[in-house]
Design a protein around this ligand. Structure first.
Ligand code: ZN
Ligand code: FE
Ligand code: FE
Ligand code: ZN
Length: 266
């Protein structure tokens, strides 16, 4: 199996990842990757928005760090990207970020279903006790569809993140998934197979087989990401992710160079 690019990995600048980019690169090379991409948590306009992303004044340092490994490891294709939070009202901020550097791609992620609650934040886990899972799913997928419609993102991150801690809605969510996936297809937005879910309580790749199957039927393209927050997480469970993608029918995935898409075999 040739490995698809790992397009989702972090750096310590986001304050909750460990290991320098060079260590991620060395691990990728050891596993036989030909291409990877760093996509650390983008800053928000207010540095105190939360405590798990880089501060705005670290953005240039982030780019310099990635440029450094690109230079030091010419045998590996290394993409420069960001994982950008999508919240309604932050469109101008995202536009500004996009204009700052010649990014290869943006991963658009919804972590926030309101301005103050990131559903995947372990420090806010108790908030789930006051929430109805079905309502969270509804708001989450509506935001995901909006994110796809902005056209800001080449990739939508971990498309069913609300399952992280094992919470599940009781109603059938297929209509929510369909609406999001149609928006993604229309706006040339790929979704990622994110293997971090296998390391969380849900014990599943993001997104589920059900969503991935619908995505394939809807004509939505894919990428792969480990969401590594430590060097040894690079490429984790990629064999499983590739098998899942192939089992629903995918034979191609996307690569991005300065926001231009190419297809590669899976
Ligand atoms: Zn993170
Ligand atoms: Fe994320
Ligand atoms: Fe991430
Ligand atoms: Zn992530």
């Amino acid at each position: 199996m040739s490995l698809p690019a790992d397009y989702h990995m972090h750096t310590p600048l986001c304050r909750h990842a460990r290991g320098e980019p060079e260590e991620y690169v060395r691990h990728a090379l050891k596993l036989g990757f030909k291409e990877i991409g760093f996509s650390d948590h983008a800053p928000m306009p207010q540095d105190d928005f939360d405590n798990w992303r880089m501060n705005a004044d670290k953005l240039d340092e982030y780019v310099a760090k990635i440029r450094r490994v690109q230079k030091d490891f010419p045998q590996l294709t290394i993409r420069l990207a960001l994982e950008v939070d999508y919240l309604p009202g932050y469109e101008d901020w995202i536009r500004k970020l996009a204009a700052r550097h010649p990014w290869d791609y943006f991963i658009g992620s919804v972590h926030y279903v309101s301005d103050s609650w990131a559903i995947d934040d372990p420090q806010k886990l108790s908030e789930w006790q006051h929430r109805d899972a079905g309502e969270v799913w509804t708001v989450y997928f509506e935001r995901l569809a909006k994110a796809a419609e902005t056209g800001f993102f080449e990739i939508i991150g971990h498309a069913d993140l609300p399952k992280k801690f094992g919470h599940r809605p009781s109603h059938d969510c297929a209509p929510l998934y369909q609406k999001f996936l149609k928006a993604a297809q229309k706006n040339n937005c790929a979704i990622e197979l994110n293997t971090a879910g296998l390391r969380k309580d849900c014990l599943e790749i993001y997104p589920s087989r059900e969503i991935l199957q619908l995505a394939f039927q809807t004509g939505v393209r894919i990428t792969f990401g480990s969401d590594a927050h430590a060097p040894e997480e690079v490429g984790m469970n990629f064999a499983e992710a590739v098998q899942l993608a192939r089992s629903v029918g995918y034979r191609e995935c996307c690569r991005f160079t300065q926001r231009k898409r190419e297809l590669a075999p899976v």
